[in-house]
Write a new protein. Structure first.
Length: 210
């Protein structure tokens, strides 16, 4: 019988081969892909998220845990599609124009994927127009903007204004984050959500889609 607790523990340690073996065993036993995803993979990634938030693990541990999760999830993807299992929600994620930092953004993506959210990562140095275009194209309800510089975080105000001018501001929630960003700044530009770290961003996004 596939051991989901063992799978979760292996994922937290970044033991990708072990995770893949347990996921494959569960598939062979005829367990539902959704159950394997939630109980074997997402549960482990949730624990990593909490530990990361509490400074019990750091970026390297998160990266290897996410790699193990992605390898296990790759086996499940075709089965989930076949079963018609949809993601909890869809988010557009990018680092704002003029900013080339991507580690924080990548952590947010991994944490959100660990919560069952489909993330469309549009990269770094993203202009306002691309956020709007992708939001319409993907029909995404959440726009996530990252910035690591005080000089680029002002782009976030332009993004909020861009969605307003495009007439679709009420269709999306705009989440902002990054080292210089604060709740006060979020309030001042009329963004919807400020998140201090990747784990919190994933928790808030998950609750939003619930």
């Amino acid at each position: 019988m596939a051991d989901f607790e063992k799978c979760s523990a292996a994922l937290q340690k970044g033991q990708a081969k072990e995770v893949v073996a347990i996921v494959q065993q569960a598939i062979d036993e005829g367990l539902e892909a959704k159950t394997i995803l939630e109980e074997g993979l997402m549960s482990g990634m949730s624990i990593i998220g909490v530990k990361f938030k509490n400074n019990e693990v750091f970026v390297p541990e998160v990266l290897i845990a996410a790699r193990a999760m992605n390898m296990g999830a790759a086996l499940l993807k075709p089965l989930l599609l076949e079963a018609g299992v949809e993601a909890k929600g869809k988010a557009i994620l990018g680092t704002v124009k003029g900013d080339l930092h991507d580690i924080g953004k990548n952590l947010v993506r991994m944490m959100m994927e660990g919560k069952g959210i489909e993330v469309i990562d549009i990269g770094v140095d993203v202009p306002v127009e691309k956020y709007i275009e992708k939001s319409k194209e993907e029909n995404a309800g959440l726009i996530c903007c990252s910035a690591l510089l005080t000089t680029t975080m002002t782009q976030m105000e332009s993004i909020v204004k861009g969605f307003t001018d495009a007439g679709i501001r009420d269709d999306v929630k705009i989440m902002i984050g990054g080292a210089p960003v604060t709740q006060n700044y979020c309030d001042s530009i009329a963004a919807d959500i400020y998140s201090a770290d990747a784990a919190t961003a994933a928790e808030v996004a998950s609750a939003l889609f619930d």
